[in-house]
Design a protein around this ligand. Structure first.
Ligand SMILES: Nc1ncnc2c1ncn2[C@@H]1O[C@H](COP(=O)(O)OP(=O)(O)OP(=O)(O)O)[C@@H](O)[C@H]1O
Ligand SMILES: [Mg+2]
Length: 267
C-alpha cells in the first residue's frame, strides 16, 4: 500500500536530514505503530506521506501512485491524517459542518451528504452533539470529530499523529477504542504515531525511528522486548513487559499476554 524508497528530507535553514535515507514497505490493511523519541522525525515522515512537504530525494508511492506536485489531489483521496492538537483541526462552525467540510468537495447530493455526516457522527459517538460548536466540546470529543471527518472521506490509509497525547485518560480511552474499532475490520491501513506503549503493543508492525533513521521494524513482541532498540530509541517498554521481566527472577515464566501472566502468578 505504501512504498518508501531512499527518502531524505531536510528543513530549509537546517543542516541535518530530519528524514535520513528511509525505505519502508507497508502492506495493505495493517496496523502500524511508529515509535521514536522527540525529534526523531515521525511527524516529518507523516507530513511527507500526505504530501504536505516535498522530499529532498527518494520517493513515496501510495496505492500505486508516486507522490508528486501534480497528483496531490489524488494522494489526499487515498490518505488522511489526524493531528495531535484537537484545537488546530476544527474547520467547521459546528460538529455537523466539520464532518461535512471535506465531503463538500465530493459534490454529493445534499441528502446523501447529510446521511454520511450522521453515519460518521454515530460511529464516533457524537450524534447527539451535531449542532455543538467546537468551544463547547472536550478535547476527546474534538479528536473524535477530527477522526469522523477523516473517516468520512473514506481514504484507504489513515495516519494518527499522537492523537491521544493531549487528552485526559477518559478521552484517551475513547479515542483508542475508536482506533481499534476502525482497525478491526481491516479495510484501512492505519499508521499510528504514538508514545503510548500500551497502544503500540496492539499493532501488527512497529517501526522505530531515531535521528531521522528507521532503526528497527517488526512485530511488537520482538521490538519491545529488545533492550538495545528500546535504549537507542529512548522509548519505554510497555508496563506488562516490565512486570514480566521483574517477575522472571522470581521464577515466573515470562509472557507478554496479560491473562497468561496472571495465570502464571496465580499458579
Ligand atoms: N518546521 C521545522 N523547521 C526546522 N526544523 C524542524 C521543523 N519541524 C521539525 N524540525 C526538526 O526536525 C526533526 C524531526 O522533527 P519531528 O517533528 O518530525 O519529530 P517527531 O519525531 O515528530 O517528534 P515529537 O515526538 O516531539 O512529535 C527535529 O530535529 C525537529 O527539531
Ligand atoms: Mg511529532
Amino acid at each position: 500500500m505504501i512504498t518508501i524508497k531512499d527518502l531524505k528530507f531536510k528543513y530549509s535553514g537546517t543542516d541535518f536530514f530530519a528524514i535520513d535515507d528511509v525505505s519502508i514497505e507497508i502492506p495493505s490493511g495493517k496496523y502500524i505503530a511508529i515509535l521514536g523519541h522527540n525529534g526523531s522525525g515521525k511527524s516529518t515522515l507523516s507530513k511527507l506521506l500526505v504530501g504536505l512537504y516535498k522530499s529532498t530525494s527518494g520517493s513515496i508511492e501510495i496505492d500505486g501512485t508516486i507522490i508528486s506536485k501534480k497528483n496531490l489531489k489524488l494522494i489526499r483521496k487515498k490518505i488522511g491524517i489526524v493531528f495531535q492538537n484537537p484545537d488546530n483541526q476544527f474547520i467547521g462552525a459546528s460538529v455537523e459542518d466539520d464532518i461535512a467540510f471535506g465531503l463538500e468537495n465530493k459534490r454529493l447530493p445534499r441528502e446523501e451528504m447529510r446521511k454520511l455526516v450522521k453515519q460518521f457522527a454515530e460511529k464516533v459517538g457524537m450524534s447527539e452533539h451535531l449542532n455543538k460548536e467546537p468551544q463547547n466540546l472536550s478535547g476527546g470529543q474534538k479528536q473524535r470529530v477530527a477522526i469522523a471527518s477523516a473517516l468520512a472521506l473514506d481514504p484507504k490509509i489513515i495516519i494518527f499523529d499522537e492523537v491521544t497525547s493531549m487528552l485526559d485518560p477518559k478521552g484517551k480511552r475513547e479515542v483508542l477504542e475508536l482506533i481499534q474499532d476502525v482497525q478491526r475490520n481491516k479495510e484501512k491501513t492505519l499508521i499510528s504515531i504514538t508514545h503510548d506503549m500500551d497502544e503500540a503493543i496492539l499493532a501488527d508492525i512497529i517501526l522505530v525511528f531515531a535521528k531521522g533513521k528507521l532503526i528497527a521494524s517488526g512485530k511488537p513482541q520482538d521490538i519491545l522486548s529488545n533492550k538495545k532498540i528500546v535504549n537507542i530509541a529512548k522509548i519505554d517498554a510497555p508496563f506488562i513487559y516490565k512486570v514480566s521481566e521483574a517477575l522472571k527472577n522470581k521464577g515466573i515464566k515470562p509472557t507478554y499476554k496479560k491473562e497468561e501472566l496472571i495465570g502464571e502468578i496465580c499458579k
